[in-house]
Design a protein around this ligand. Structure first.
Ligand code: IFM
Length: 445
């Protein structure tokens, strides 16, 4: 089972989850720094203050990538390191760090894929503008994209504007389980609009500051949404959940309008975002690729005896689940890739995240035997290959994650890495899945 010759074999990380050094070299405060200090927000009251200390150990980490044989690495830039006040004064030391990282990657023949926003908004923009509830934050994002791409655009060809705007909206503004910890549906839908605007405003900026090889895209968390039964009510809610999770983002970016059924529903509930004329065109600016993060599928049914449209998740008890309680459902990745390709005709797709959390431990032989992760990765990669074989333009796969790291509100208990991190010593140990991935990469499949 061979993958194409130029396939990108990568791993992904995000700044707040691995860097640490939150008070160094002029970095400003992010909404996650603030969120983590409120007791009860994060498992064991942990934070990304030290994380994997990648800020100081990036050279060692690039060596690990080389040892794994990666030819691509997806990381994110911490906006508060670059613009501690969100806008205006640039912190050169922050830019220098990413400059060194990019150079180290290129020297190791590893192609950088840079995400500009992976959830660590400068706190000052939350305080001043109300964060993503305001379109001023979108304007600030375009300025930030300009600053970063002016410095790195000569060496970075692949830019991802946002990571998983839907998670930022839902977990951060609706459920309040992520920073900034808000619970306000109206504001959440407004935030989704500002995030999409931010994306659309940044795309031309990134293009203008890059060379002819510049590729710009966005990463969405997508999942197949299945009805628990074939009854109409369950099918109705499955379509509705699909609309909020998948189509809201895909349609606005790739078709130039929000899906009508969801927009009508939001208008009916008084939750529709305020949109200005011209916004739809900004959001639908053509991109070069779509990054897809997929871990599982979603199974839903209408809540018993309640009005049409209320829904709940259904868990298939007999299925395998990872430590996140996410169902292992490899065919979902195939289903998603084929659907996105058929319905949206995007020129190039990447799986920008896929992986599994387990409670890995170091065995007496000093190794980490994570057989379940190997099985997970193998099964999902087989489905990715199946999609390619059917004509889906999938150009690469990034395992989540390179290293065990700070899993947001769930803290450090969730180990997603193909490399184990001992958080007391910061020692890294390549897990069996890392060695398996290395062999897979070397054999191109
Ligand atoms: O750790 C996260 C990542 O930051 C975004 N995508 C999902 C991962 C696992 O939850």
């Amino acid at each position: 089972m061979r993958f194409p010759n130029h396939f990108r074999w990568g791993a992904a990380t995000a700044a707040y989850q691995i860097e640490g050094a939150v008070n160094e070299d002029g970095r400003g405060e992010s909404i996650w720094d603030r969120f983590c200090v409120t007791p009860g927000n994060v498992h064991n009251n942990e934070s990304g203050a030290v994380a994997d200390d990648h800020y100081h150990r990036y050279r060692e980490d690039v060596q690990l990538m080389q040892e794994l044989g990666l030819n691509a690495y997806r990381f994110s830039i911490a906006w508060p390191r670059i613009l501690p006040a969100g806008r205006g004064q640039v912190n050169i030391a922050g830019l220098d760090f990413y400059d060194r990282l990019v150079d180290a990657l290129l020297a190791a023949n590893i192609e950088p894929f840079v995400t500009l926003y992976h959830w660590d908004l400068p706190q000052v923009l939350q305080d001043e503008f109300g964060g993503w509830a305001s379109r001023d934050t979108a304007t600030a994002f375009a300025e930030y994209a300009d600053v970063v791409s002016r410095r790195l655009g000569d060496r970075v060809d692949n830019w991802i504007t946002l990571n998983e705007p839907q998670v930022c909206v839902y977990c951060g503004h609706e459920e309040g389980i992520h920073a900034p910890g808000l619970r306000d549906s109206r504001l959440a839908w407004q935030a989704s609009h500002s995030l999409l605007l931010a994306h659309g405003m940044a795309v031309p900026v990134l293009r203008a500051n890059g060379g002819t090889h510049t590729n710009v895209g966005i990463t969405l968390n997508l999942a197949p949404v299945h009805p628990a039964t074939t009854i109409d009510e369950d099918q109705f809610v499955a379509n509705m959940v699909d609309g909020g999770l998948n189509r809201w983002y895909l349609d606005s970016i790739f078709r130039g309008s929000y899906p009508n059924d969801i927009l009508n529903l939001l208008e009916y509930k008084g939750l529709a975002p305020r949109v200005m004329s011209g916004d739809a065109e900004i959001i639908a600016v053509p991109v070069d690729f779509l990054g897809i993060n997929n871990y599982s599928r979603i199974l839903v049914r209408q809540k018993a005896k309640e009005t049409l449209g209320t829904w709940e998740f259904v868990k298939v008890e007999e299925a395998e689940h990872t430590m996140m309680d996410w169902e292992v459902y490899p065919t979902g990745l195939y289903e998603l890739l084929v659907r996105v390709h058929k319905e949206y005709q995007i020129p190039c797709l990447y799986v920008t995240e896929n992986g599994a959390a387990f409670s890995d431990t170091v065995s007496e032989d000093g190794r980490v035997h994570d057989e379940r992760r190997i099985n997970f990765l193998r099964e999902y990669l087989l489905q990715a290959h199946r999609a390619i074989a059917e004509g889906v333009p999938l150009a690469g796969y990034f395992v989540w994650s390179l290293l065990d790291n700070f899993e947001w509100a769930k803290g450090y208990q969730m180990r997603f890495g193909v490399v184990y991190v001992d958080y007391t010593t910061q020692r890294r140990i390549i897990k069996d899945s890392g060695y398996w991935y290395r062999e897979t990469i070397a054999a191109k499949g």
